[in-house]
Design a protein around this ligand. Structure first.
Ligand code: ZN
Ligand code: ZN
Length: 368
């Protein structure tokens, strides 16, 4: 990450903090810190904390033994001072001293409870708020480099899906297939496997089923939802539904409706429309076919440095889409005890409409 990007993101956050009347934003290791500074610090019990005051310059507090890593990261390149503390010092008192008399601090949403409470003890009169609303406003809208990163991640997971038909066959277990898929997620350029769902037959009715020792059988529909993290931290997430032999008329009819519903939600994507309307476009189509009760989750979630992040594509979310937002569109249907299906693509909001990042065919892929 270039020093310019780090400086401009921190300046933007400083402005948002000032605008919302928060004295400072405090960010511990995790995706928010990586987004703001490019520093992919390991979350540990020792306190590493970025302090972004509403007026004044940002500072990174880090344990002395992490100093070289912090300075070698884009934090150093951007000239952000790194204040280190030694094992016998109290880093919370140091942070409180640096902040001086402030009225409120906004903490990143994933900060460990231990750190939240110790910051509270060190600054007993300072109101603690969540920083998520501020940081999400920035992270939700991807810049060109982030869109390129998500595009590479999507291409990598597409290459894995292209191999799935060769791995699925009657007689193999979900676990065996899942292990092969996990290997390929890494082989195709990811550095971690975030999740591998191989949900066959009745297991498909549980949207977040992972793998089991169930043996694949002829007639099974198989939901394969997979994702991982690329070296730059950006994530992939893509679902295709497969069948081993003939899954039956009822399933095929429902799947045809699902494919149209997914297209309708994707077509709805353009600047200015609400997240909720992307959800309802597909949901209404499923409802017309009597499948509304079987679509038991929201239509999608934002994606970036985390697999699930803002914006959420869900009923009631009136947030208007902006150019550069990135999220999944993943309707499904789930009939308990029988089968499930889902189709999922990552979509970017473009000036003129949706830019779909995943390109593997969305039709049911039937293997013998
Ligand atoms: Zn998924
Ligand atoms: Zn997803």
């Amino acid at each position: 990450m270039s020093p310019d990007i780090v400086r401009s993101r921190l300046e933007r956050l400083r402005g948002l903090a000032a605008e919302s009347g928060v004295s400072a934003v405090l960010v511990s290791p995790g995706p928010d810190l990586r987004y703001l500074t490019g520093y992919d610090a390991v979350p540990l019990e020792r306190l590493t904390l970025l302090v972004v005051p509403a007026s004044g310059d940002p500072v990174l507090f880090a344990p002395h033994l992490e100093e070289l890593a912090a300075v070698a990261s884009p934090v150093g390149g951007a000239g952000i001072p790194v204040v280190t503390w030694r094992e016998t010092e109290d880093p919370y008192a140091l942070v409180a001293g640096q902040l001086g008399s402030v009225s409120s601090v906004a903490l990143d949403n994933h900060m460990w409870a231990e750190k939240v409470l110790r910051l509270g003890e060190a600054m007993p009169t300072v109101e603690q708020l969540l920083a998520g609303a501020l940081i999400d406003r920035m992270r939700m809208v991807k810049d060109d480099a982030e869109i390129a990163a998500l595009t590479r991640a999507a291409a990598a997971i597409d290459r894995v899906h292209a191999q799935v038909p060769h791995l699925l066959r009657a007689g193999r277990t979900e676990r065996e297939v899942g292990a092969d898929i996990a290997e390929r997620i890494l082989a195709e350029g990811h550095v971690t496997v975030d999740f591998v769902i191989v949900a066959s037959g009745p297991n498909g009715a549980s949207p977040h089923h992972e793998v089991s020792d169930r043996v694949l059988q002829s007639g099974d529909a198989v939901v394969v939802d997979i994702g991982g993290m690329m070296p730059d931290g950006y994530r992939s997430d893509c679902t295709r539904t497969y069948a081993i032999g003939d899954p039956g008329e009822e399933f095929l009819a429902a799947f045809a409706v699902l494919k149209q519903a997914q297209e309708k939600s994707v077509e709805q994507v353009r600047p200015g429309v609400s997240c909720a309307s992307v959800d309802s476009a597909g949901r209404d189509h499923l409802a017309q076919a009597g499948l509304a009760d079987l679509f038991i989750h929201r239509t999608g979630h934002g994606i970036g440095l985390e697999t699930h992040e803002a914006p959420y594509i869900v009923e009631g979310n009136d947030l208007p889409l902006q150019v550069g937002m990135a999220f999944s569109v993943e309707p499904g249907f789930y009939r308990a005890g029988q089968y499930g299906a889902r189709i999922e693509d990552i979509v970017i909001v473009g000036e003129a409409g949706p830019i779909v990042l995943n390109h593997q065919p969305r039709d049911l892929v039937v293997v013998s």
